[in-house]
Design a protein around this ligand. Structure first.
Ligand code: C5P
Length: 396
């Protein structure tokens, strides 16, 4: 269930931090990769050594290492995480979160997090019941933070009441539910995705095509479907299996792909154009296999229709994204495409970087829209797809 999920576990200065080790172990056992960030005070309650051992990674506390100046980038942590879980969360930390105070790494990571955030409060009953704490929690709820309600029972103060951090098993269940919920955020939406290479026939046996594997487009289709969207994948030739829950329409030529897209676009909520569409196609297709002669041969090519530009012209309120693969003036050319095709965003593939490009499972991209541009590090195509789908959600 949590296999491959990145969970950032924040620990604040509460006696309930002793349960964080068990919680971390449960998350790791469920398949998650866990990184731990602690407030300076949290180290008094549970040792970094314990948390580093159970999470299998060094823990993070400071903005930088004073010995060598190495930064612990809260931005990178915020990008990396699929879920930021702060357990235990003290009244103090929740108050700071509610007002945007950012005076430690745990809090700056909160402000940088793009993923769902959950807190498991832990404090004494009177602190929990205090109007200020309740007001801050209400603010956090409004800000979209999930609150794993504390339980009632024996408290460290000796009092009995509400304020005990939820048990690790309950927090694990809440984590699973939140991640499943995120997945369904596109329920009721319908997207078209184009993928793979088109095939432009020359004669019954020969064709013009390209090296596209279709992996990026299939990953986008899969990521959209995983969040509950209905997805129609209009696919050129690939050797990939249809992702779970996706409807595939097989096409060969750019003309076929154009027709299938145009027919469906009006009834959709948007499209992501990942296909490597031929720009030129043979002007005529020979009915019989062309015979070789002694002299050279010329094939006359004519321009294909630009599918993205056609959809762009009819876009209305739909979301439209595409890809650019450039070898020179990358940014400028990508910006030009964004305008010409009326894309909301464009994903610029770097061809210069190792790990990017056609057949591999990884990619290095820059996400560009009219407001901003964001260079992403080397990621799996599936992770890039998640980021693209996050972007689509923002546009919706
Ligand atoms: O113009 P260029 O081919 O570089 O633009 C790339 C983007 O446009 C990609 O998103 C690609 O899927 C889309 N495209 C298209 N129809 C074409 C050519 C490109 O949809 N005929």
């Amino acid at each position: 269930m949590l296999k491959g999920k990145h969970i950032l576990l924040g620990i604040t200065g509460s006696i309930a931090a002793y349960k964080s080790a068990v919680l971390c172990r449960l998350l790791v056992t469920a398949g998650a990769e866990v990184r731990v960030v602690m407030t300076p005070l949290a180290k008094q309650f549970i040792t970094p050594l314990t948390m580093a051992t159970v999470s299998q990674h060094p823990i993070l506390v400071d903005f930088f290492n004073p010995e060598n100046g190495e930064w612990n980038s809260h931005v990178k942590l915020g990008e990396w995480a699929d879920l930021y879980l702060i357990a235990p969360a003290t009244a103090n930390t929740m108050a700071k979160m509610a007002t945007g105070v950012a005076d430690n790494l745990l809090l700056t990571s909160y402000l940088s997090a793009r993923c769902p955030v959950a807190v498991a409060p832990a404090m004494d009953l009177d602190m929990y019941a205090h109007v200020a704490t309740q007001r801050n929690m209400e603010q956090l709820r409004k800000d979209g933070v999930h609150i794993v309600e504390p339980g009632s029972g024996f408290l460290a103060s000796g009092l009995v009441g509400k304020g005990r951090m939820a048990e690790p098993e309950q927090i694990l269940e809440a984590v699973k539910a939140i991640l499943a919920e995120k997945k369904k955020s596109l329920e009721g939406k319908h997207f078209l995705v184009t993928a793979g290479a088109t095939i432009e026939p020359i004669d019954p046996v020969r064709f013009i095509s390209n090296h596209s594997s279709g992996k990026m487009g299939y990953a986008v289709a899969e990521a959209l479907a995983a969040r509950g969207a209905r997805v129609t994948l209009i696919s050129g030739r690939t050797s990939l299996d249809v992702p779970q829950g996706v409807e595939r329409v097989d096409v060969l030529s750019a003309e076929d792909m154009w027709r299938e897209c145009v027919e469906r676009f009006a009834a959709s909520d948007g499209a992501v154009m990942c296909a490597a569409v031929a720009d030129y196609t043979p002007a005529t297709v020979a009915e019989q296999k062309l015979k070789k002669g002694d002299s050279d041969m010329r094939i006359e090519l004519r321009r294909t229709k630009d599918i993205a530009a056609t959809l762009g012209a009819e876009k209305g309120g739909r979301v439209l994204g595409g890809f650019a693969m450039e070898t020179e003036n990358e940014q400028q050319n990508a910006q030009g495409k964004l305008e010409r095709k009326n894309f909301d965003f464009i994903v610029l593939n770097s061809l210069r970087t190792e790990g990017a490009g056609f057949r591999g499972d990884t990619n290095v991209v820059t996400l560009i829209d009219r407001e901003c541009q964001e260079e992403l590090p080397l990621m799996s195509k599936r992770e890039v797809a998640e980021r693209i789908v996050d972007k689509i959600e923002n546009f919706l």
